[in-house]
Write a protein of this length. Structure first.
Lengths: 534, 314, 323
């Protein structure tokens, strides 16, 4: 071969192969994959960073996957949403519905409603997509909530991850808003009632309320502008913001690396778990399929939002037993239990019975949520970096506060179904409402006390909740007793291994780390193929 | 006995749509009908005080074909020189009074099942209202749905339960009570052929959904009262309830034409009672509360369980 | 495993970059072993899962082809995805190396010198610029601030009209004829005692605005004239009372009437209004009575309004004055 090759790129030095074997060998020890890596690396410089990415370690605890439920529900939302957007007509113009559903045939309905009914009855797989979309929205918000709960109870929001916590809380608010706007799009009787309530809530804001309401709706309720405006907000503006925020959220996660629970070999300065490729990618891709599958099953087996039964929204009619979707339920419950304290004076009215439960109270809740890292730092005076998580029982006050907070929100959610509960348990509606007026204070206090106590109790017990190794008692012939731990159960040994760095090269057989080159096409390249372990 | 005396001047055909004597003007002499039309709320000790003068105005007037005797078709029978209105209505609904032969049977049943609370002469007592002048439709509704005889007097409202009397027996009791002081409305027989379901749906959402919910599931109302589920009612019972306004339910008379009532009845018996649930399980027709539970329990909970399987424990 | 530095092709420098340590694992290292206790059986289960999943997904295609009902589409699609996903996840969990592997966290923060350099760049360069031209900075800041405020105008004001008196007025006037939702006028014998209907001023029953704002419930509580509040002696002829249907809490239509309890119950949050005393709320969150429409019977027996509502209907808002 020529002698000037040492300075030229390697690829040029390979002579044209004459046989298939030579062609295979000419690709190098890693075959076609190696060639592709080489080509991409020459253009984008991906080899070094890419390898780091492949070695990325993900801690394996099950509760770290809750955020993935949210992420993959969002993927399903986008996919099904694109389908829906090809059929939905975002217009409040009145049309006459004609279609297979007889109780609507010939009725004057809005175009938005008619297009949604058409999608449900007359488009193949339309109803499945619509219901998958709605279930995915419910699961999206629900999984964000339990994911936030996990972050809260394990203290993963502490420095350096406060920003991610704030982004996450913002994502929660966006998700809730987008869900509300989304199910209001079909303009049916049930969601239209919710819109009327939303309009009145805007009205209740002092000074600017009536302006905000008429600005957003284009006049008095309902107007014809709100449906097309909501459509754009729901399918363009908010999803774009959510997608960008998710990107930043995940980007921060990659940069700061995931937190982990304390354990064998785990310190503040490392991450222990399974590697990105192939293990984590397999598990997470499989999980994406499973989330989609679960949502598909829900989407066809459990009917959700059957708007044809409700009819198109008309402002002078209403159904009883109307609740918003569950993630707005806590606001509806707050509105129900609030006493009717309206302030009037000096030519103005301040409807506290609306303004407080619907504006101030959620504002307070979300401000506490946003500010929690700061609030906790005020109490703990802890300015350290934390990459190891707390066990909830190790922070009894935080855990108890979080439990009480959730208890309050849950009681509010139940309070939105006072009539359903009164009907189911056959109790007077008035009694049920008074019960909730007290429960919303009493239950969180009791929850705080009980949770705090449970945490303290659990702290005192070593190894609580863990599977312990049995002690084998041996008696010698001379009557001496010894105890030693029994052998670990199958599968438990892995928990006792010391973590190792991800290997780059794996011995395929003893002493061999690189596949053998079958014929040295290029003598200069082919040196040192077999690795001998030193 | 009355059946045997059909004859002079009386056209008796109780089949709906049969030819009959039509008397268009609203002030024709209709003998023997008193101004009844609903439960005398003032007699019942419901704990609510009513202003004086509350009663039930006459059904005889009112808009035409609105369930009152001012209908396009009226059928009379003359007995002993007196003209009795035995049926009225339109092609949508016919209202008939039970045959006179039912009266003695009804009297016996009433004595056995009802007189202990309502009194032997149906005048009422401290625990039961006066039934004189309520009309046969009211009685037939309460008895055929099983609400009466009441199981106990200690409740705020009597609810549907397996009826103790058969449908025919219910009509017999209605005949007896009506004989004490005949009143309208008579027992409705809706003719659902030609009903317009879309109009029925529209009327249902305007008039009925606010109490019974848009899916007809019923729900809790104020002070231990409940709107019942509509899924067990027959077409006749739906029409009876709407025209007579039992218990706390309002009464729809002149504001609902017979054709509109027929549409609502058809909508209830067809669409409400056989809901179109192509999307899977209807989740009880409860709405977002049930959907929230399912979504959180099975959706999020199920997926969290899968996470539990995939991942490690600490 | 050992941390040997290897150069697979023996080249030096490797294009000018320094070689990195490449950890090598032995083939029988427990970190590289499968987690499954019975790998063969696991592999068979996963294979079965893939096969069934593929069949199910193909079944979805078939069901779609013949326009099957939604539940068939969902079961095939969902089960297929679940099975495929389960197989892939199980493969990752049981048959791939679990480790545990460790990765070092590099210190996120830069060195103190680097931090100082950054801060110095910001502070000193700004100081150089602004100290010399202090006025410019202030002017620009002021302009940017004004721009920020003004930029919001199109986002808000262009959206819609100012409220004006839109919340204070309805279409009810003196002598407005009461009609139902089909436009039929209400006569004095339309309702019996215990009856309720929704009424509008003639002409407004078909308009969206009319339905939203003018909606009124008409209830007959008696055959005699009824006075709900002092000063309203003529408002309830022949036992008819009319109230605005818009709940004073949040504007839901108050269509739920219980004739024995004489209560109007709002279906949204269960405010309860007493029909006989002017719809005063006696339970629930509603703060004010429903405004009452004064009625009269005209010479042809039709019901008409004596005048419009004497106050704004519906929920409260800042500019609402009590009269």
């Amino acid at each position: 071969m020529s002698t000037t090759e040492a300075t030229e790129p390697r690829a040029k030095r390979i002579a044209l192969p004459r046989t298939k074997r030579e062609a295979q060998a000419a690709l190098g020890p890693y075959g076609r994959t190696g060639k592709i890596v080489g080509e991409l690396d020459e253009r984008f410089g991906i080899a070094k960073g890419g390898r780091t990415l492949l070695d990325k370690i993900f801690p394996d605890h099950w509760s770290f996957m809750l955020g993935e439920i949210a992420l993959y529900s969002f993927v399903v939302l986008i996919a099904t949403g694109i389908f829906l957007s090809l059929y939905f007509v975002p217009s409040a113009d009145q049309v006459i519905y004609h279609g297979p559903y007889k109780p609507l045939d010939g009725q004057r309905v809005s175009a938005a409603f008619a297009s949604t009914v058409d999608l449900s009855f007359s488009v193949r797989s339309g109803l499945l997509m619509r219901q998958m979309h709605h279930w995915a929205a419910n699961v999206f918000v629900g999984s964000i909530v339990i994911h936030m709960a996990r972050i809260f109870f394990t203290g993963a929001f502490r420095k350096p991850r406060e920003t991610n916590w704030i982004i996450g809380t913002t994502l929660l608010i966006m998700a809730i808003l987008n869900g509300f706007i989304g199910y209001s799009l079909p303009d049916d009787l049930v969601s239209g009632t919710g819109l009327r309530i939303a309009y009145s809530i805007l009205l209740s804001i002092p000074f600017v309320g009536s302006y905000l309401a008429t600005f957003l709706f284009g006049g008095n309720f309902p107007g014809t502008l709100i449906i097309p405006r909501f459509y754009i907000i729901h399918m363009l503006i908010l999803p774009a913001i959510i997608a960008v925020l998710i990107g930043v959220h995940l980007g921060l996660l990659v940069r700061q690396k995931h937190t982990q629970f304390p354990g064998r070999g785990r310190t503040e300065h490392n991450v222990v778990g399974s590697p990105m490729f192939p293990t984590f990618m397999a598990k997470t891709t499989g999980f994406l399929f499973m989330v989609s599958g679960a949502l598909a099953l829900l989407g066809g087996l459990a009917q959700i939002n059957p708007i044809w039964q409700f009819g198109s929204y008309k402002a002078d009619r209403i159904s009883y037993a109307v609740q918003p979707d569950w993630y707005m339920g806590w606001l509806d419950g707050a509105l129900r239990i609030m006493p009717s304290w309206e302030w009037t004076g000096w030519g103005h009215t301040l409807p506290w019975e609306v303004f407080f439960p619907a504006i101030l109270f959620p504002g307070l809740v979300f401000n506490v949520a946003f500010g929690w890292p700061l609030i906790e730092r005020m109490f703990t005076k802890d300015n350290e970096l934390h990459n190891l998580l707390d066990r909830p029982r190790d922070r009894p006050k935080r855990t108890a506060f979080g439990a009480a907070f959730f208890a309050m929100l849950f009681v509010m959610f139940l309070a939105s179904s006072t009539d359903v509960l009164a009907n189911y348990f056959h109790v007077s509606l008035n009694v049920v409402l008074w019960f909730f007026r007290f429960a919303v204070f009493v239950v969180p206090l009791l929850t705080y006390a009980a949770t705090w106590k449970i945490c303290r109790e659990m702290q005192g017990v070593r190894g609580i909740g863990k599977r312990k190794r049995a002690l084998v008692v041996t008696r010698t012939a001379s009557g001496e007793y010894r105890t030693e731990p029994s052998a670990p159960r199958p599968g438990d040994e892995r928990d006792e291994l010391q973590p190792e760095p991800v290997p780059v090269l794996i011995e395929l057989e003893p002493g061999v780390t690189v596949p053998e080159r079958t014929s040295p096409v290029d003598g200069a390249v082919g040196a040192g193929v077999r690795q001998v372990k030193r | 006995m009355m059946v045997a005396a059909m004859g002079l001047g009386g056209v008796l055909s109780l089949a709906s749509g049969a030819s009959a004597t039509t008397t268009p003007s609203s002030s024709s002499g209709v003998g023997g009908i008193s101004s009844g039309g609903g439960v005398g709320a003032g007699n019942f000790s419901s704990g609510v005080s009513l202003p004086p003068g509350v009663g039930s105005p006459s059904y005889l007037g009112g808009p035409k074909n609105s369930g009152g005797a001012n209908a396009s078709v009226r059928i009379y029978r003359t007995v002993g020189g007196k003209r009795h209105l035995v049926a009225y209505g339109s092609s949508a609904i016919t209202y008939k009074t039970p045959p006179a032969s039912y009266v003695p049977l009804g009297q016996a049943l009433f004595a056995q099942n009802c007189s202990s609370c309502h009194g032997a002469d149906a005048q009422g007592s401290a625990i039961a209202p006066n039934l004189v002048g309520v009309g046969p439709a009211t009685v037939d509704f309460w008895v055929s749905t099983g609400r009466m005889p009441a199981a106990t007097t200690n409740v705020v409202q009597a609810n549907r339960k397996p009826p103790r009397l058969s449908p025919k027996q219910a009509l017999e009791v209605a005949a007896f009570v009506n004989s004490l002081d005949p009143a309208v409305p008579y027992v409705p027989y809706p003719n659902l052929k030609g009903a317009n379901l879309a109009d029925g749906a529209d009327l249902f959402s305007l008039n009925c959904a606010a109490c019974h919910t848009i899916t007809g599931m019923g729900d809790a109302l104020a002070l231990s009262t409940f709107s019942p589920s509509l899924h067990a009612a027959t077409a006749q019972q739906v029409a009876e309830a709407i025209r007579t306004g039992p218990a706390n339910m309002p009464r729809f008379t002149g504001n609902l034409l017979d054709s509109q009532l027929r549409d609502v009845v058809a909508y209830v018996t067809e669409s409400i009672q056989h809901p179109a649930d192509p999307g899977g399980s209807g989740l009880g027709g409860i709405g977002p509360v049930a959907e929230g539970f399912i979504g959180l329990l099975f959706g999020v909970g199920g997926l969290a369980l899968i996470c539990f399987w995939i991942g490690d424990r600490a | 495993m050992s941390n040997t530095t290897n150069e697979p092709d023996g080249h030096e420098g490797h294009g000018g970059r320094t070689p990195v340590p490449m950890p090598v694992a032995r083939f029988d290292d427990p970190h590289m072993q499968e987690a499954a206790t019975h790998p063969q059986r696991t592999e068979r289960i996963i294979a079965l899962s893939f096969v069934l999943g593929t069949l199910a997904v193909a079944g979805f295609g078939a069901a779609y082809w013949v326009d099957g009902p939604p539940w068939v589409l969902a079961v095939t699609f969902g089960a297929g995805l679940l099975l495929l996903g389960f197989g892939l996840t199980a493969w990752g969990k049981y048959l791939m190396p679990q480790g545990p592997f460790v990765e070092e966290r590099h210190r996120l923060a830069s060195t103190a010198d680097e931090q100082d350099a950054m801060s110095a760049a910001l502070v000193q360069r700004t100081g150089v610029v602004v100290k010399r031209r202090r006025m410019l900075g202030g002017l620009f800041a002021g302009g940017a601030g004004i721009f920020g405020i003004v930029a919001i105008f199109p986002l808000l004001r262009s959206l819609g009209p100012v409220p004006g008196n839109t919340f204070d007025v309805t279409n009810w006037r003196r002598n407005s004829l009461l009609v139902d939702s089909n436009g039929r006028p209400v006569r004095v014998d339309t309702l019996q005692v215990g009856g309720i209907m929704t009424v509008f001023p003639a002409g407004a029953q078909n308009t969206e605005e009319g339905q939203a704002v003018d909606q009124t419930v008409l209830i007959r509580v008696s055959t005699d004239d009824i006075t709900t509040q002092p000063g309203r002696e003529s408002w309830g002829p022949r036992g008819y009372v009319a109230y605005s249907k818009l709940c004073t809490h949040l504007g839901c239509p108050v269509g739920l009437y219980e004739q024995q309890l004489q209560l109007l119950v709002c279906p949204c949050h269960q405010s309860m209004f007493n029909v006989l005393d002017g719809a005063v709320p006696n339970f629930g969150p509603a703060p004010r009575p429903l405004p009452q429409l004064p009625l009269k019977v005209d010479s042809s027996g039709h019901l008409r309004a004596q005048a419009g509502y004497d106050q704004a209907v519906g929920p409260g808002f800042w500019e609402r004055t009590t009269r």
